[in-house]
Design a protein around this ligand. Structure first.
Ligand code: CP
Length: 310
């Protein structure tokens, strides 16, 4: 039985296979319309979500399976004090696979250790968001035709943004990738990430100004300032509009630069950019369904004709 806690749980070769499968599912939906018939996905979300929870549910329904779950800690027995370990033992009796989001870093890992079914980390605190990274990689691969040879700028809240942490670790495995981290001093990328890049001899720069570097980027990954991870509201208010990508700023960007964003967006990308052909963030949403379809199929062992469920 296999879980997904971190994008690095899959080798680069396994990811290629997963993305090929996702592309095949996109092209041939009928071929996969009943492959999960009789299987159930539980979505256990202790933190708010629109995309991740609903794209998991949409993915399972596209595969002919069923879904059950809860969308907040308050509507589960966590509100009465039940532990994640106990909850997953219970869910293992109801479902064949579980996607879990939790505000505490490592909670899905704790669940995986006690689970009888595959557990997917759907975001744990400010730590990791592996299925967003699979979404981002599939989007880049599908729109650019490759995953290496890029200068990628990551802009905004690089401290608390779990999507950023997962994406940097994942992209660092591809050839000829350089990073430009664009953030205010208080929201710099954590040291463990820059140390990892130094150890691998991968080039990175840390800058404050987006305007100074936007013309050098192949990919611009914008992020929201993560209000829910701040200890005080004043700091959030001071930093929340530090970066706003506008039509004017996009004039300095390359014609083929992609703008990515995990969403939800607050103010950091002006809506006037949405019609720019370089805006790829709503395409990401669609790719998120295909890659989660491929992930469910793979973790359930259906490619081997097997059954990983209890
Ligand atoms: N990208 C993402 O994780 O969005 P949600 O919080 O809406 O799931």
């Amino acid at each position: 039985m296999r879980h997904l806690m971190n994008p690095l749980d899959f080798t680069v070769e396994e990811l290629e296979k997963l993305f090929d499968l996702a592309n095949d599912m996109e092209k041939n939906p009928d071929r996969y319309a009943n492959v999960c018939h009789g299987k159930k996905l539980a979505t256990c979300f202790y933190e708010p979500s629109t995309r991740t929870r609903l794209s998991f549910e949409s993915a399972m329904l596209n595969l002919g399976g069923s879904v059950l779950g809860f969308s907040s800690a308050d509507s589960s027995s966590a509100a009465k004090g039940e532990s994640v370990s106990d909850t997953i033992r219970v869910i293992s009796c109801y479902a064949d696979i579980c996607a879990m989001r939790h505000p505490k870093e490592g909670a899905p890992m704790v669940a995986a250790e006690r689970s009888k079914i595959p557990v997917i980390n759907a975001g744990d605190g400010g730590h990791q968001h592996p299925t967003q990274t699979l979404t981002d990689l599939l989007t880049i691969r599908s729109l650019k035709g490759k995953l290496g040879g890029f200068t990628i700028g990551l802009c905004g809240d690089l401290k608390f943004g779990r999507t950023v942490h997962s994406l940097i670790e994942a992209l660092a495995r591809y050839d000829d990738v350089n990073f430009i981290f664009i953030s205010p001093e208080e929201l710099k990328v954590p040291d463990y990430i820059t140390q990892m890049l130094k150890n691998k001899n991968i080039g990175y720069e840390e800058v404050i100004s987006l305007d100074e570097v936007i013309g050098r980027l192949d990919l611009l990954y914008m992020t929201r300032v993560q209000r829910e991870r701040f200890f005080n509201e004043e700091d959030y208010i001071r930093l929340k509009d530090f970066y706003i990508l506008t039509k004017e700023k996009m004039k300095a960007a390359r014609e083929d630069m992609l703008v990515l964003h995990p969403l939800p967006r607050v103010n950091e990308i002006s809506v006037e950019i949405d019609d720019d052909p370089r805006a790829a963030y709503f395409k990401q949403v669609q790719y998120g369904v295909y890659v989660r379809m491929a992930l469910i199929y793979t973790l359930l062992g259906l490619e081997q004709g097997g059954d990983k469920a209890c």
